[in-house]
Design a protein around this ligand. Structure first.
Ligand SMILES: *Cc1c(COP(=O)(O)O)cnc(C)c1O
Length: 418
């Protein structure tokens, strides 16, 4: 349940009509509901109550400082994939003892930054990276807690671009090779072998791939135990799906229940890395209709948001619900919702049955809280949009709309051109 609902004909975010915010901040903008964010975090984290666990929000889905701060206050940590994300997390007040670091291409300087910050665990993804981490930690005179991200070769049955745990994917270390890597790592002076991790994909709507993965990881943990390598943290990654359209993903309670059952009794500390399931339906993108036009083939609704603001439809063929901010119950027609960018791939929805939108009207692009703003760019020299958070009947700008000056910041014309 989220807090973007109609009262009469008017779409509200919590207790504010969305039109009121649009008037004040202009369009387009991302809009997040504080109540929804809190509720989603608690529903997820609370589902694991009674199990020793840390919920490490996957901040690549949304890395705004206000949002990270909110989750940190709720007791959450974060899953990071770059030095930049570490910087954001620390700045937002996230406890470094609750930060885990994944990614296939961590640079030496990023490893160094994270070792110095004393994060909870490095989820390493290759034997070369393990060596590099040992080297970096040695140079700093520290010991780094290390886990190996294993690739369990489980089909998550999701979009190929967001499936990560198949043996043809670039992620992790083949689970069959993991024991020898653990043995090597255990012999390294500046590493403390402490965990095992995986992340098999995103937008999963079935429990079985999670359960299969868990059972493979448990087998490995037992094998390592027999070899005298003790695993303390079991990081199951993220990936739980949400409803964009008609999907019926498991509730976090069912997900947690399946893990509880699969895990049985033991003293492992669970790490979970949810992103989309917390963020996705807690945010929308609000845009304004600029023009409409029709050809013999099609109708187009041209809006002021574009693929640079929300790339998911064109990158993954993703579905986002399209709703009028003022729903006066008009006729519907089939149209493509497109932006101003000079690319045919610039659409937010295709062949969609929508209200007969008119120029000047506001449109809500639903389920845009995850991988929305964080994947946005300034392509076509479009300043990044504002982000706003609503709490009750108040709204707060949590990221100012970028300006034209922001667009050229750091650019320089060399002397020889002057
Ligand atoms: C992207 C990612 C996640 C989060 O995935 P969601 O589908 O948004 O829950 C978690 N862990 C890792 C390592 C990731 O790369």
């Amino acid at each position: 349940m989220h807090h973007f609902q109609y009262r009469g004909n008017t779409l509200f975010c919590e207790d504010i009509p969305i039109g009121t915010i649009a008037e004040a901040v202009g369009t387009p903008f991302y809009l997040y509901s504080h109540a929804t964010l809190t509720q989603h975090f608690r529903a997820f984290d609370g589902a694991f109550e009674g199990m020793n666990h840390v919920t490490c929000f996957s901040m690549k889905s949304n890395s705004n400082q206000a949002i990270l701060n909110l989750f940190a206050r709720e007791g959450g940590g974060v899953d990071i994939v770059s030095g930049g994300e570490l910087y954001r997390a620390l700045k937002a007040g996230v406890d470094p003892g609750k930060i885990v670091y994944s990614g296939v291409g961590k640079r030496a300087e990023d490893l160094e930054y994270a070792v110095k910050s004393d994060i909870l665990m490095f989820n390493t993804e290759s034997s070369q990276e393990i060596l590099r981490l040992n080297e970096v930690a040695g140079k700093l005179g520290k010991k780094a807690r290390v886990g190996i991200r294993v690739n369990p070769d489980v089909d998550p049955q999701t979009h190929p671009y967001i499936s990560t745990g198949l043996k043809e994917n670039k992620f992790g270390i083949d689970i069959r090779k993991a024991p020898e890597e653990y043995t090597r790592a255990a012999g390294m002076e500046n590493l403390l072998v402490s965990g095992i991790s995986c992340h098999i994909g995103s937008q999963l709507t079935l429990l079985s791939p999670f359960v299969d993965t868990l059972s493979r990881l448990k087998d490995l943990i037992q094998e390592l135990d027999r070899a005298g390598i003790h695993i303390e943290y079991l990081d199951l990654g993220g990936g739980l799906g949400i409803t964009y359209d008609q999907e019926e993903p498991p509730h976090p309670k069912e997900y947690a229940g399946a893990i509880r059952e699969g895990l049985g009794k033991n003293d492992l500390v669970l790490i979970l890395e949810p992103g989309r399931v917390i963020m996705g339906n807690a945010g929308i993108l609000v845009t304004k209709v600029l023009y409409t036009k029709a050809t013999d083939e099609k109708r187009f609704i041209i809006v002021d948001a574009a693929m640079n603001d929300l790339i998911r439809p064109t990158l993954y063929g993703s579905f986002h619900g399209i709703q009028p901010v003022d729903d006066s119950g008009r006729d519907k027609f089939k149209a493509d919702i497109v932006g101003p960018i000079c690319e045919t791939g610039d659409y937010l929805a295709r062949d969609r049955e929508v209200e007969a939108f008119e120029p000047g009207e506001l449109m809500a692009v639903m389920s845009a809280g995850a991988y929305g703003f964080s994947m946005s760019s300034t392509y076509n020299s479009r300043p990044r949009v504002a982000e706003v958070m609503v709490k009750g009947d108040q709204y707060y700008i949590i990221r100012a709309r970028e300006t034209y000056e922001d667009l050229v910041r750091g650019e320089m014309i060399p002397d020889f051109l002057r």
